[in-house]
Design a protein around this ligand. Structure first.
Ligand SMILES: [Zn+2]
Length: 142
């Protein structure tokens, strides 16, 4: 409960960017998921590595999860039909959405881990595309 509500409100200075993500936002950290599932973070990381939990791996340590995806699966539904509001974000907004620092964001963008456009020295991100990144492509039917 504490871990889930920790992201709410105005964060104290010096807190890691990951802790700024609100529990009621679309993007969750390993900490959020662990609190929600009632397990420890290592169990969440193991489940993600096994492919049991949809996630985006931004670095070897930094995983992000889609809260709407977790809710769909909780209700026994597929997350494949989730639709996200479209909005064009700059790098700061994209970093805030994913709860990461600018360095992590731009490294992931440059590596193609997350979709982005880099035009005339300016980064642009699609909010919907970033959120879809949190779920891998659904397996082909058959
Ligand atoms: Zn999903």
């Amino acid at each position: 409960m504490d871990a889930l509500s920790r992201g709410r409100g105005r964060p104290p200075r010096g807190q890691a960017p990951a802790d700024l993500l609100p529990a009621d936002g679309p993007v969750w950290t390993t900490t959020h998921v662990a609190a929600f599932q009632g397990v420890d973070e290592r169990t969440v990381r193991r489940a993600a590595a096994r492919g049991d939990l949809h996630h985006l791996r931004l670095t070897s340590r930094v995983l992000r999860f889609s809260r709407p995806c977790l809710m769909e699966h909780l209700h026994g539904r597929s997350c494949a039909d989730l639709v996200y509001d479209e909005e064009i974000l700059d790098a700061e907004q994209a970093a805030a959405l994913l709860g990461v620092g600018m360095t992590t964001l731009l490294r992931a963008a440059a590596a193609g881990v997350i979709p982005s456009r880099h035009l005339a020295g300016t980064w642009r991100f699609s909010r919907a595309a970033l959120l879809r990144c949190l779920c891998p492509e659904p397996p082909a039917a058959g």
